[in-house]
Design a binder for this molecule. Structure first.
Ligand code: MG
Length: 333
């Protein structure tokens, strides 16, 4: 009984009960406990909904694991719409032979992350596939939350003159995953920033309800995400390289590996674009949150080069930051 068996997903009674116990023990709440075919939820007003699948390799990494990441990733996407995340569903694809101790640790981590984020997991599903048909564990989560502001932040709302902020340092998650996978170690340890941003977003919206854009720079990093926003809004974005927070350990690791931290994934940071007049209020609100102490104003929205992102280097040169080409790091989240 120490590994996931094929019949755990197909209704063998004792083993099925064992797996159900494991999930209920860590994720249980009054809605999940009803065991009906679907959860019945009460929400008012506009609702934000998002879904994401998590296939990160390795499943345990410095600063988190696939379980907490599966909560943070979806909760953060819901929060980026100016919403308070409330409910999650989760679907598990388990590979036959996965140690039950690993599964227990992952599901416990999910439960902890969900409680900390103030969301309830209200529906779930487990499938087991034969050894080799999946790699250990894949998790899909879908989240919904109530939108707190009108109009909601959107990638289409960046306006010329707006200030561009980030909530903290860039590239931590991507480099933590890559270095763990490759067995590399740097002078200072590099830890994933995987975290739930809904508290920080709540503070930000309370201080500045008219946030034009909120987005988490996950796969493709800051550079790719800002290119998406520039394209959606039909504006240019100009960044001041020296203002972009990058931890020395991440900058050093990237230099060794030939990577650019502006293209590495983040899992606990957001980009925030606000009217220039609200930039300091937004900065103060983010810095007041434990996850935003390194928040910074990093650039502005400009009329020039619409759809493109330019970086002003410390020597005053200017170069375009394109979208990430191809897949820099597969299975990063
Ligand atoms: Mg996102």
């Amino acid at each position: 009984m120490d590994k996931v068996l094929l019949d755990y997903g197909s209704g063998g009674r004792a083993s099925h009960r064992f797996v159900a116990d494991l999930f209920f023990r860590h994720l249980g709440n009054d809605i999940l406990a009803r065991m009906d075919d679907a959860a019945v939820l009460s929400l008012t007003g506009p609702v934000a909904m998002s879904t994401d699948s998590f296939v990160v390799d390795p499943v345990f990494f410095p600063g988190g694991d696939i379980g907490s990441l599966a909560v943070h990733g979806t909760v953060n996407d819901v929060a980026m719409m100016g919403a308070r995340p409330l409910f999650l569903t989760c679907g598990f694809i388990l590979e036959e032979g996965l140690p039950l101790a690993d599964l227990d640790r992952i599901v416990a981590s999910m439960g902890e992350a969900a409680r900390a984020a103030g969301v309830r997991i209200v529906a779930g599903d487990t499938k087991v596939v034969p050894k080799g048909a999946a790699d250990k564990i894949f998790i899909n989560t879908t989240g919904i939350g109530e939108v707190l502001v009108d109009p909601a932040p959107s990638g289409h709302r960046a306006a010329v003159g707006d200030a561009v902020l980030v909530s903290g340092s860039m590239g931590d998650h991507g480099l933590a995953i890559l270095s763990t996978r490759q067995g590399l170690s740097f002078e200072a340890p590099v830890t994933s920033d995987s975290a739930c941003l809904s508290g920080l977003v709540g503070r930000l919206l309370a201080a500045v309800p008219d946030v034009h854009v909120l987005r988490d720079p996950t796969r493709g990093g800051l550079a790719t995400t800002l290119n998406e926003i520039a394209g959606q809004s039909g504006v240019g974005i100009e960044l001041t390289q020296a203002a972009i927070p990058v931890r020395p350990a991440v900058a050093g690791g990237c230099a060794v590996l030939g990577l650019d931290p502006l293209y590495l994934a983040n899992e606990g940071k957001c980009i925030c674009i606000v009217p220039e007049a609200a930039a300091l209020a937004a900065l103060d609100a983010m810095r007041a949150d434990p996850l935003g102490v390194e928040a910074a104003v990093i650039g502005r929205v400009v009329a020039e080069h619409p759809g493109k992102v330019a970086l002003v280097t410390p020597l005053g040169g200017k170069r375009l930051l394109g979208m990430l080409e191809g897949e820099q790091l597969p299975r990063i989240c």
